[in-house]
Structures are given as structure tokens and as C-alpha cells.
Design a protein. Structure first.
Length: 367
């Protein structure tokens, strides 16, 4: 029987709660599709930091290296600076394993509500491909003269030709698997005259290597307006670390909530375990209340299954999410319902176990 090793890191806030929902869903779909999961949990995060002075042990990457995939919850604690928690946990893994492709899908599920009119929101079926290893989050910079009037802080963006090209090539290959075969490059090359111009130049070069892909480029500020006013004009968007981060959060809001925003941090070479996580944060204001939306974590689990080659399991998980959304009787508060985390999870698991579930094939829209 096929068997996969998963490293589970719940992290902070609602992270452990939604990760538990995802693991329950994974267990159910694995039983249905006849494969096995071996899950080992790690108590890394802000509580670990309080006890040890660091978010993860020094040998964290060596420990994780032996797993097929990593399943991550959330990071962030109101009592610890965000730069400490983020750089001490999530970015240690992403940069340490060179998980350079951050894939963030957004789909308008029937039954959910968007702030846009239906004739606009129904056209949303996007994937944002975000550079995940350099750019604006490279961590290059510093501060000087702290505490004095002339205090200065510098954050330098770093764009390498190799880093830009490999990410854009990944996005081209992803676009090739989708019905629209359309890729949009998002930059700010009119104002950022060096790194973003390099992005445009590399994209233009690659365009000639993918004649079957329809391409266009747009400035990031214009992209945000177009996402709201003409959503169906996008398919796959490729963007830098900062721009992709912002655009994907807007995408999640337009399809209902950050609570349904899934992601995968991918090493396309397969040398290291890729990591899958919900995009939402640790949400300390609702931690422990049992009302966190588990859909993003379960969708991330579906992405994990597809990455592992369990396409049928991925399709079953996604189809179960779509059915629960369409029926709209068991939705969490952030989607306009009153169901708790466990109730939403139970509904999705019940749906995926049904032999008559309306399964969607890979790449088929849920809209």
C-alpha cells in the first residue's frame, strides 16, 4: 500500500485547531482511496520559543528532511514580535529547503458570498504564483543610529536572474496545465527600475519558449483594480514575494474569506519536502473558541495530496469542500454561518465518503 510521511507543525493560535481538521480529513480520504499516512507532530512555535528562546530546535531542517511533506498551521503571537515568529519558524523552513514557488489558488465556490456582484465573482478561478525565496523578503538590510533622530532602516529587495527565471518557468508550466493557458506577469517596473525591469525582461524571454501560453503583463496597482473590475481576465498570475503576498490576500477576500485561502510552498526539484499551509494567520482573537474556519487547511491538504500524486484523493477533498459550500447549511462565521470548526470538518468528511459525490477532475472549475 502507498504510504507517506507527514510532518505536522500546528504552530500558534488557531493553527493546531485547523491542522487537526485537515489531518482528520486526510485520514478519511486516505482510507477511502486506499493509501496510508504516517503523521508525526512537532510542538514548534511561540510556546516553544518561550521555553527555549527559539522557535525551532537547531536541527529542525535535519529532522524534517526525512518526511515526504510538511503540513503547517499558523505562526504569530501577540506577545512576541512578528519578525521573530515568522523568521524563526516559517521562513526557516521555506528558505532552508528552497521552497521557492508559493502557489495560492482562489476559486469562487457556488454558495459562498463575494463582495463583488455575482456576474463578476463567478469569473474568479485564479492561481497566484508567488516567489518565495528572495525579492522583498530576502532579509537583507539593517538599522543604524537606533534611538537617535537620524535613525535609519534599510530593507533591500534582491532579485537574481536565476531566481526570477525558475519561478516564472514554474508559472508557465502551471499555466500550461489549465484550460485557459493564460499567464499574467505582475510587477511595478515603472517605479522599481532594476529588479522589476529584470522581471519583465525574463518574462519576455520565456514567452518565446511557451508559444502555447497567452501572456500579458500588468503593474501591481493596476492588477488590484483589474481583479475587482474584470476578474475573468486573469488565470495564473506570477509575482514577486511582496506583490504575490498582497494579491493573494485580495483574491481570498474576493472569494469569501481568508479562511478558505490555501497554499503550497513547493520545491519543484523534489529534493526537499514541500510544505502546505492555510494562508490565514494565527487569529489569537478566536483561538480556543472552536469557530475557526478549517476549509483553508483542508484545501491545503488537497494540494498536498495532488503533490504526492494522489490526484483522486485531492479531487475528492476539493469536491467535498465545494458541496458543503454549495449547500451552505454548515458554514463557519467568517463565511456567514454559525457552524463551528468540528461541524464544518464533519460535513466535509461526510461528503467525501459518499460514493455519489460529484467529483471534479483536475483543472475543472468549481464555479
Amino acid at each position: 500500500m502507498r504510504r507517506y510521511k507527514i510532518a505536522a507543525i500546528g504552530g500558534d493560535g488557531i493553527g493546531p485547531e485547523v491542522l487537526e481538521s485537515g489531518l482528520r480529513s486526510l485520514s478519511a480520504v486516505a482510507e477511502y482511496e486506499k493509501f496510508e499516512l504516517s503523521v508525526e507532530s512537532f510542538p514548534w512555535g511561540s510556546n516553544y520559543y518561550r521555553a527555549h528562546g527559539k522557535m525551532v530546535p537547531d536541527d529542525a531542517l535535519d529532522i524534517l528532511r526525512g518526511f515526504d511533506v510538511i503540513y503547517f498551521g499558523a505562526v504569530g503571537d501577540p506577545e512576541i514580535p512578528d519578525d521573530v515568529t515568522l523568521w524563526g519558524l516559517r521562513l526557516v523552513i521555506c528558505q532552508g529547503f528552497d521552497l521557492y514557488a508559493n502557489v495560492r489558488p482562489a476559486v469562487m465556490f457556488p454558495g459562498l458570498r463575494s463582495p463583488l456582484r455575482p456576474e463578476l465573482s463567478n469569473g474568479i478561478d485564479w492561481v497566484v504564483v508567488r516567489e518565495n525565496s528572495e525579492g522583498e523578503y530576502a532579509g537583507i538590510g539593517g538599522r543604524t543610529h537606533q534611538g537617535f533622530p537620524e535613525e535609519t532602516a534599510i530593507d533591500a529587495s534582491v532579485f537574481s536572474r536565476g531566481g526570477v527565471e525558475r519561478l516564472q518557468r514554474f508559472a508557465f508550466e502551471l499555466a500550461r496545465t489549465r484550460p485557459e493557458k493564460h499567464l499574467t506577469c505582475v510587477t511595478k517596473s515603472n517605479a522599481q527600475r532594476f529588479g522589476m525591469v529584470l522581471w519583465d525582461e525574463v518574462f519576455a524571454e520565456l514567452t518565446f519558449q511557451y508559444p502555447d501560453i497567452k501572456t500579458d503583463k500588468v503593474l501591481v496597482d493596476a492588477a488590484t483594480a483589474r481583479m475587482v473590475l474584470d476578474p475573468s481576465s486573469f488565470d495564473v498570475l506570477v509575482a514577486s514575494n511582496l506583490h504575490g503576498d498582497i494579491l493573494s490576500d485580495l483574491a481570498a477576500a474576493l472569494v469569501g474569506s481568508l479562511g478558505i485561502a490555501a497554499s503550497g510552498n513547493i520545491d519543484p526539484s523534489g529534493k526537499h519536502p514541500s510544505m502546505f499551509e492555510p494562508v490565514h494567520g494565527s487569529a489569537p482573537d478566536i483561538t480556543g473558541k472552536g469557530i475557526a474556519n478549517p476549509i483553508a487547511a483542508i484545501w491545503s491538504a488537497a494540494m498536498m495530496c495532488e503533490h504526492l500524486g494522489e490526484v483522486a484523493a485531492s479531487s475528492r477533498l476539493m469536491s467535498a469542500i465545494a458541496e458543503v459550500a454549495m449547500i451552505s447549511k454548515v458554514l463557519p462565521p467568517d463565511l456567514g454561518g454559525d457552524a463551528g470548526t468540528d461541524a464544518v470538518t464533519d460535513a466535509i468528511i461526510a461528503a467525501l465518503k459518499r460514493d455519489d459525490l460529484d467529483l471534479k477532475s483536475p483543472g475543472e472549475t468549481f464555479g
